[in-house]
Design a protein around this ligand. Sequence first.
Ligand code: CTP
Length: 218
Amino acid sequence: MKNKNLKNYKIIITAGGTQEPIDPVRYIGNRSSGKMGIAILKAALKKNCRVSFIYANITEQLPRGTYKKMYTPSAQDMYETLKKEFTPDSILIMAAAVADFRVKKIQKNKIKKENHSSLNLELIPNKDILKSLSRIKTNQKLIGFAAESQSLLENAQKKLKAKKLDMIIANDISNPDIGFGSDFNQVYFITKSGYFQSERISKNKLGEMILNSIQKLL
Ligand code: CTP
């Protein structure tokens, strides 16, 4: 029997940009603000869902309310936490901007400029969190995001397949009116049976729309 009520699932939302340490004071980061993930969190709380919120660097305050929150600064931290949290009753909404690479050798002490005339950082790949979880999933639902600057639909559809997602939400990051840091977004909702484009709407409204479209997948 399929369970069609969102309230009977654990909604796991990831948000923000991971920070990959270089030394005790420096890191490699990205421009994610966490706003989209926080908007989904607010929508889930409005619907009285059971939520686990797993976040890296965010630039906004988190809403009050009853939910489990876990701070995972790096991609590896996020992966380790998700592995434990990803129980069969989960719907994972992966809005975090996860770094694809991390520094191979993190320096224990601050790197001093006088010791270097130039500096090379060797980067090694991080795990693809969604792909790893798709390999162990049983009844869980997986929702991903695709941040693209070209061939939006085509690239997002590739990610939907490669990561075995139930839905991917794709946005064009080359447009400064939407996406990173903006309060607005315009996205494609893509499943294996088709796609549709939203209007340009507030991220808060979009958060509600995302939950409503996940509800339809159940
Ligand atoms: N993602 C992930 N683990 C990673 C990188 C990304 O789980 N190491 C997730 C993101 O949270 C997002 C989806 O995969 O939901 C797509 O992320 P995106 O950055 O658009 O794509 P990548 O798979 O990283 O591919 P590329 O950066 O080459 O476009």
